[in-house]
Structure formats: C-alpha cells, structure tokens
Design a protein around this ligand. Sequence first.
Ligand code: KE4
Length: 430
Amino acid sequence: MGLRLDRSRELQVRAEKLLPGGVDSPVRAFRSVGGDPPFVIRAEGAYLFDEDGNRYLDYFGSWGPMVLGHAFAPVVEAIQQAAARGASFGASTAAEGDLAELVRRCFPSVEKLRFVSSGTEACMSAIRLARGFTGRKFVVKFEGCYHGHSDAMLVKAGSGVATLGIPGSAGVPEETAMHTLALPFNNLDAVEAAFAARPGEIACVIVEPVVGNAGTIPPAPDYLEGLRALTRKDGALLILDEVMTGFRVALGGAQQRYGVTPDLTTLGKIVGGGLPCGAFGGRADVMDKLAPLGPVYQAGTLSGNPLAMAAGISTLKELIAREGEIYSQLEKTTAAIADGVAAVAREAGVPLTTNRVGSMFTWFFTSEPVTDFASAAKSDTAAFGRFHRAMLEAGVWLPPSQFEAAFVSTAHRTAEVEATLVAARTALQS
Ligand code: KE4
C-alpha cells in the first residue's frame, strides 16, 4: 500500500485506548472497508489533509454539512466574530430568530421550529411531539432509514447500524422497539396494511424522503404523495427527515423537489454550517404543544448556540443568494462524477448501479436496481471495500461504507471531476 499513515496509526493506537474503536462515531472506524482511517488535521474547499501530509478529495463532506466546501471564508469569519462575543449564553439571542427566518424562507411548511444540537435530537423530539399531539403510540419508519440513535429509531436502521450489520441495538428494551413498525421503503401497500392493522394508533410516519443511509435511494414516483395521503386519511403526522436532504437536493429540500408538504420536518447538518445544530419544525398547531406552551417537554443547554447560529446564517445566506447558480452547478458536477465513474466501471466490466439525487449519490456494487434496503443489501460490500481502499490510495476519500451517500460541494470543480475519473480507472482495474 503506497499511502504513508504512520502518524495516523500512532494516533489510532492512542485513540483506541481512550475511545471505543478509537472513534466518536462508529462509521468513522473504517470497519466495513478495512485499513486504518487517516486522521484529519485540516480541510479546505473540496480537500482533506491528514496528519501525514496526505491530501484527499473529499466525498463525504462531514456526512453532508459542507455543501459550500470546507473552511468557506464567510462562514469562518462569521464563527470567529461570534466566538469573540462569547461561545454560549443559555439565553435568547437575535441570531436564533435570524436563522429561523432563513429556514422558514427555504421551508414554507415550517411555520414554527426549534433548534437542537443534532439530527438525532431533532428526530427524537419530533417523534415525541407527534406522539404527544396525537395521543398515539406507534411510529412507522422504513428499513435502511436512519433517524439518529434514539431508542425508538434503532429498529432496522441504516447508516452505521446497517454498515456494522447489527440488527438494531443492544440496550433498547423490546417494550420500546415494539412501538416502532419498520416497513420496506418504496412500498405503499405495506404502509396501507400497517394503517389497516392499527387504525388510529399510529402517531407518525417518519421517512428520509430520499434515503441516504442505505446508500442513496430515490423515492418511487408518487411514493411520497402516497405517504401524505395515507397519513392524512388516518390522522397520523407525516415527518420528513430532511437532516441530509435539507438544503442538499434543493434549497427547500426534498419537499421542494418532490412537491410534498409534511406536518413536521427535521433538519441538521447544513443548517448549522458544520457546527452542532439540528432543528425540527412544521405546523404551528403541532409545535405549540411543546413546553413552555404545551405538555410535550423538550430542552437543550446548547440549543440555538450562538456559534452554530452564526455558521448556519452565513451558510443559508450564501445558498439563498446564489440558489440558481449553486444548485445547477451541483447537479452538473455530481452527474459528471457519478456517471463518469459508472462509465469507467462499465469499461472495466465491473457491475455498478448508480443512484443520484442532486449532489448526493451512491455507487452500489451490484448489477441490480437499488430501490430499497433489501436490494441495497445485495451489493458486494467486499468489492466496495476494495474500491474504497484503492480510491483512498489514489487520494480520493469516499464515505467508508456501501450504505452511505457521497456528497459533492460547490468547491468540486472540473479538476476534481477529472481527478476522480483518473483515480477510478486505476481503482476499478485492480
Ligand atoms: P446526527 O445526530 O448524526 O447529527 O443526525 C442523525 C441523522 C438523522 N437523520 C438523517 C437522515 C441522518 O442522515 C442522520 C445522520 N447521518 C449519519 C450519516 N449517514 C451521520 C454520520 C455518523 O453517524 O457519524
């Protein structure tokens, strides 16, 4: 292997003595792709730099937030200025309203919202709110979808749960899991049957409108509209988990791209510009059930943190100001990368299915279409692991799992497209 990772290896050895698996989030451990993870020291634009002086073209972008590229100057400046005024107050600030107004501008269905510190918190809180608003217990999610690591959501989840092949999670009592119904994605009959079996008992359906946590899987035509109709008919709430798709597949997320209006939306990643921030919001009559107005409790020491607000405001202002230019550039660049490598694979006789929505995409090592988790799971994960390693050796860092989406930023330009195709030609020959 050509890559020198001596310093990263030293740091990995120390990290494993201090952090389980040496990581603060399992998917970073490279368990499903093998080899040592490089330790990043800094990032700029489309590139990551590690402790051994290696440079990598970045295709996971901190798992979604870095849509403007790393260390985007206006965001850096906004964070620095906010930090000089104090990191956290635990009191109301104008910045929370400023960012909330920008979110509402992008997501008209969000009449009211609340900021939290992660996508997990956003989804967990939205589900509690849906249960409190409807007085119902059951929640529908979909196999391969990941909505953070709250107990109720670790049932047939995607992302790291799927990557590590663990059924759900130890530590989740069956009394909790029993109220989560996990159904196949892109299958409306299964949802209809669930509502028929439990009329008036399902509080909400939560879905990744474009799945990213089983790898990228677009919704089938009319699927999201079908979920909207079925939930409305039964009086259940529709929650679109746009933590990944928000500001990614369109400025207004998947609900803008596909024209579906949910009752609640969860956000994360891009909304905080790379700082710890999530949000959940939607119908005012639902949101007003939250304390201190209503009986559903939810709270957070660092919710609406001034630095995260500053980073989010700066990011969304850029996306809003240059919406047309940015989203058409992201579409074009991502198509060139995703389809370009698919063509290289065809030339090399390697079966590859490419799914893409906007600037998120996945190369599945299978010749079959991938329309749900079951079909994604047929992928040759060992082949993906070899590809991942070969691309890393060639200076291209893909998400280290077949069951994750890759992301492109505005910092990815023609040079990055070309470099990726060159690396893929080598990687797919091996
Ligand atoms: P966080 O708690 O990780 O901020 O967000 C949870 C979450 C909720 N909903 C969706 C659709 C998500 O994609 C996520 C988090 N995504 C994973 C990557 N697929 C985070 C990466 C990680 O776990 O390290």
